[in-house]
Design a binder for this molecule. Structure first.
Ligand SMILES: [Zn+2]
Length: 332
């Protein structure tokens, strides 16, 4: 059996089929970033984004979960000179706790920012529902060697189906892949509805194009005759470091929730992610969030130790099964 290798920089391992490790012990993601990322690329993007500052009621939307990253993001967006509308998406299977609601109220009041909860259940298409149903059925199956094989195959294919524009009823292993497709539709339509061009999100995400140029921006233009909307991953745009957060969070009176860790996996905020994490980890041999956390190490947002800690905390038993979470939410 081949030996499992882990990247010297991040927590990616060769258990993940999309990861390879070079002779120096560095994974393909870190290698590419270290070779091609240029600070000047995002500096010019920041200038471009600032051209959307207007004196309208709102010139951007800012996704706010009440967590550290998004709360600090709201502060930074205001500092940049924007007049944001802060918002949280509400989706059937997740309920925001009263204490998080109160925290958001406090933060937005301190920053003098308007806030809305936007129900995105209407954006769940029949195909999305079939994806959820397929995922639910998959997680109901008993673990056998044959099932593990199938699970891994679906994981691999999911990466392909996630990035196509085509709508396919596919039983994604990662709930975030279905959810993100729904969120993208909602970002676009909700921004268009308000005549807004920029939606800031707190995920430290990026892409690199054919010329190996790095970008923090995703341009959405699904319809020829309708304007475009830009999704901006603010942490990447401003090269956010974890150590930048405490000072900002103190200014806006952000407080930790009971049970919060320094860094968490998706399962800490999402019941559906929580319901998937343990079984997927057991079968795949790596945590579903390890690629995301690795990317945060690659860009220097957190260190390896923090990511490992998050994975350890994130590998908890869920109270509900995937099926139960989705049924309770009225999705399937
Ligand atoms: Zn790496």
């Amino acid at each position: 059996m081949e030996k499992i290798k882990e990247c010297k920089i991040c927590i990616n391992t060769t258990k993940n089929p999309s990861i390879s490790i070079n002779d120096e012990g560095i994974c393909n993601v870190c290698e590419h970033y270290n070779k091609y990322f240029k600070k000047s690329d995002i500096e010019s993007e920041k200038e471009f984004i600032k051209t959307f500052i207007t004196n309208k009621k709102y010139d951007c939307m800012v996704g706010l979960s009440g967590g550290k990253d998004s709360s600090a993001m709201l502060y930074t967006v205001k500092e940049m000179g924007f007049t944001p509308l802060a918002f949280s998406f509400k989706i059937g299977y997740n309920e925001m706790s009263e204490s998080v609601k109160n925290k958001i109220k406090r933060i937005t009041k301190n920053l003098k920012v308007d806030y809305e909860i936007i129900d995105i259940n209407n954006y769940i298409s029949d195909i999305d529902k079939k994806c959820f149903k397929g995922m639910s059925d998959l997680y109901e199956e008993n673990i056998s060697e044959e099932f593990k094989e199938k699970f891994r195959r679906i994981y691999n294919e999911g990466r392909k189906y996630y990035s196509t524009k085509q709508q396919i009823a596919f039983p994604f292993v990662r709930p975030c892949q279905i959810c993100r497709k729904i969120a993208i539709k909602a970002y676009y339509e909700e921004a268009i509805k308000r005549n807004i061009k920029i939606v800031f999100v707190g995920i430290n995400e990026w892409a690199s194009n054919k010329d190996n140029k790095y970008t923090a921006i995703r341009r959405l233009k699904p319809f020829e005759n309708k304007p475009e909307v830009y999704i901006v991953h603010l942490p990447f745009l401003v090269s956010r470091k974890y150590d930048d957060l405490p000072k900002i969070l103190e200014k806006i009176q952000w407080t930790r929730e009971k049970g919060d860790h320094e860094v968490d996996t998706g399962g800490s905020a999402c019941l559906l992610a929580r319901a998937c994490e343990k079984k997927a980890n057991e079968i795949m041999g790596f945590h579903l969030d390890s690629a995301r956390l690795s990317r945060e190490i690659t860009v220097g947002f957190i260190n390896k130790q923090m990511a490992k800690e998050a994975i350890k905390n994130g590998n908890r038993e869920s109270i509900y099964t995937v099926k139960e979470v989705l049924e309770r939410g009225g999705i399937i």
